[in-house]
Write a protein that binds this ligand. Structure first.
Ligand SMILES: [Mn+2]
Length: 403
């Protein structure tokens, strides 16, 4: 049996006012071809299907189209919610989707056993999935060990308790031999993050140790962190990463999905590279240098226009820069090969280290909601004690608004 681990699709994501619709379209077309060629049986989506808790109808339509295309190819799907997803929105069509072999868990079910899904082929159970979504405080309260949900250690124990209970139940029901695959949407210690994970959950900022997963688990299919990676070299605890480039900080990642193949009660794990449909580039230098580099990019053969971030070193008088930048922006306004999304200017004084680089070029688009709120607290000179309380209240309000 072949199982494909993916996560963090972030349908509806907008990067500096540019929709990543085409990027998702290219990825989903590739995914359908791939599952068909490789005869994949099951696709896992470990959270963050959508970028927003209230996605547009057009984005919801894209999600259903992929599910339907997978169904047409006889692929089962298991979807678990992420911190960006609305549990209610994902759970809404749960019963309907079940008829298409799509199993959805937007949040933790009252009956925890429902999260144990045996994968059966030709009458034989070949693997067991523990389909655990992103766990919110109210999910953790359902976990028996939870005493004080705001305490970090208690949160960790509550999460561990959920995985331990499910592992024990699965072993009890199906025996010791069948491989267990746990899904999760959380931040583990030792993982390398990007700028694109909107980690507004203060309680989760620090992450959990990988020991929350017992040794009886054979593979952990994680979402939340957008860089594909193993944890401390452990090949069986993996973030598949986001399939689409969501931010300039991700530009050098090798995007991938993970193919898991069951073989005589063990698992064979192979990362599979997703083709690059769009390149993201950060181009720095003086005006004339940037002009040359852009011309070179135009000669490349990319499927979608390259997204560019400029880091422009201003000359002493700055006069020629203004003219040249205007010329460049005009040339590439509707260019088929590239699109300039962001430009940042650095004066020669700051380049040579005489001045600290300023923050003036950071716009509200570069910040997540919590960062904007923190900026407000800075501006009002709020003391530390009040600050912690206000940040917590802000996060609670924010979560309630989007759930
Ligand atoms: Mn994500």
């Amino acid at each position: 049996m072949k199982i494909l681990h993916t996560a963090d699709w972030h349908i509806g994501k907008i990067l500096h006012k540019q929709s990543l619709e085409q990027d998702f379209q290219k990825f989903s077309d590739w995914l359908i071809r791939y599952v068909d060629q490789e005869a994949v049986d099951v696709v896992l989506i470990s959270g963050d299907v959508f970028d927003y808790a209230n996605p547009s109808y057009a984005d919801i339509k894209k999600y259903y189209k992929v599910l339907n295309d997978l169904h047409q190819n006889n692929v089962s799907v298991i979807v678990t919610g992420g911190n960006h997803d609305s549990p209610a929105l994902l759970n809404g069509p749960k019963n309907l989707l079940q008829n298409m072999n799509v199993t959805v868990f937007g949040s933790l079910s009252e009956n925890i056993e429902e999260h144990i899904i045996p994968l059966t082929k030709n009458g034989t159970t070949e693997a067991i999935i523990l389909a655990v979504p992103f766990l919110r405080e109210k999910d953790l309260r359902k976990s028996r060990s939870l005493l004080e949900p705001s305490e970090k250690d208690e949160q960790m124990l509550a999460v561990k308790n959920i995985y331990d209970q499910l592992t024990e139940l699965a072993k009890h029901r199906f025996g010791e031999k069948i491989p267990v695959i746990a899904m999760g949407h959380l931040h583990l210690y030792g993982s390398k993050t990007s700028d694109s994970e909107r980690d507004i959950h203060i309680g989760n900022l620090m992450g959990f140790p990988s020991t929350i997963f017992s040794e009886s688990i054979h593979y952990v299919a994680l979402g939340h962190i957008h860089k594909p990676q193993t944890i401390k070299g452990n090949q069986i605890i993996r973030y598949s990463g986001s399939p689409v480039f969501l931010d300039f900080s991700e530009k050098d990642y090798e995007k991938q999905v993970i193919l898991i193949q069951t073989k005589d009660f063990s698992l064979d794990i192979v990362p599979v590279k997703i083709p690059v449909f769009r390149k993201l580039s950060k181009i720095s230098g003086t005006g004339p240098e940037i002009k040359k580099k852009l011309e070179k990019i135009c000669l490349e053969d990319n499927e979608l226009p390259c997204f560019i971030e400029l880091e422009w070193n201003i000359s002493d008088d700055g006069l020629d820069d203004k003219r040249l930048l205007q010329e460049i922006l005009m040339t590439y306004e509707n260019h088929p090969a590239l699109k300039i999304l962001k430009s940042k200017f650095i004066s020669s004084a700051s380049v040579s280290g005489l001045l600290e680089p300023s923050n003036e070029n950071i716009t509200i688009d570069d910040m997540n909601p919590l960062e904007v709120f923190r900026q407000l607290l800075d501006d009002r000179n709020i003391d530390d004690e009040k600050r912690t309380a206000l940040e917590k209240a802000y996060v609670t309000l924010w979560e309630n608004l989007y759930e």
